[in-house]
Design a protein around this ligand. Structure first.
Ligand code: AMP
Length: 250
């Protein structure tokens, strides 16, 4: 079984995002970029399947500009065997990413795709779902546990409102990884060195016969209004008085 793990290069989760001066996006220049944290979890799940002898090959793929190759090297240091860089603009929208991923999945005869549940930059939470629809495959989103039996049936525990849901699906399928699926490993120095020699192949949307014209236009990116500062009250009586006379339901 071949497992495909789509990984996205995003602003590191420790950095507070700020709108660009032109108000048309988030400032990225000179800031630390990393692999989307949910994609690290997806990669860990795929590598564990390989280590358990349930997968033969783990392939990482990213859609983005040349700088995204750094994220593929990280993916290979974490255990991917090889990777594809599909050249595209950094702000490519989820539907077009899903179309490119579907083309890669068909071309590579993939049996399982494990995506992150969402990219922390656009918070879209759309790509895995649209990919499953485009491929006509079953999907299990927000996975917090996966078990694969040797006959190709997957049992996936999903985190849903108010509890857990367990679904069973036959491969080929798309899974999206939630936070509690696993704790990803760190890339060790020897594995970072080995990753430099692993195959990284370049693909273009034209080679995959996928048009990536945008369907969405960003009109503005701005920060939410700053919260007003609080006030100190001298005692409980004043608190109750103020709550009664001044507090409003928003
Ligand atoms: P999103 O729908 O944008 O929230 O992203 C959900 C998941 O789709 C991510 O966690 C990745 O696994 C995958 N994904 C999104 N954008 C890209 C991209 N540009 N390249 C590769 N994978 C992506």
């Amino acid at each position: 079984m071949k497992v495909l793990v789509p990984v996205k290069r995003v602003l590191d989760y420790n950095i507070k995002p700020r709108p660009r001066q032109d108000g048309m996006g988030v400032e990225l220049s000179g800031l630390k970029m990393s692999m989307n944290p949910f994609d690290e979890i997806a990669m860990e799940a795929a590598v564990r399947l390989k280590e358990a002898g349930m997968a033969e090959e783990v392939i990482a793929v990213t859609c983005g500009p040349a700088s995204s190759q750094e994220t593929l090297r990280t993916a290979m240091a974490l255990g991917a065997d090889r990777s594809f860089h599909v050249e595209s603009p950094a702000d490519i929208e989820p539907l077009n990413v899903a179309r490119l991923l579907a083309a890669v999945a068909r071309r590579e005869s993939i049996q399982l795709v494990i995506c992150g549940k969402q990219a922390i930059d656009d918070d879209s939470n759309q790509t895995g779902q649209m990919l499953a629809a485009l491929l006509g495959w079953p999907q299990a989103t927000f996975a917090s546990a996966i078990e694969l039996d040797p006959l190709g049936t997957m049992r996936v525990t999903r985190e849903i409102d108010g509890g857990l849901e367990i679904v069973s699906l036959r491969l080929p399928a798309v899974i999206t990884a939630d936070l509690r699926l696993n704790e990803p490993r760190f890339a060790t120095l020897p594995n970072i060195m080995k990753a430099k020699k692993k195959p990284l192949d370049l693909l273009t949307p034209e080679q995959l016969e996928v048009g990536i014209q945008p369907h969405l236009q960003c009109l503005q990116v701005f920060e939410p209004p700053a919260r007003k500062s609080g006030i100190l009250v001298k005692d409980v009586e004043e608190l109750v008085l103020r709550l009664r006379n001044e507090a409003k339901v928003i």
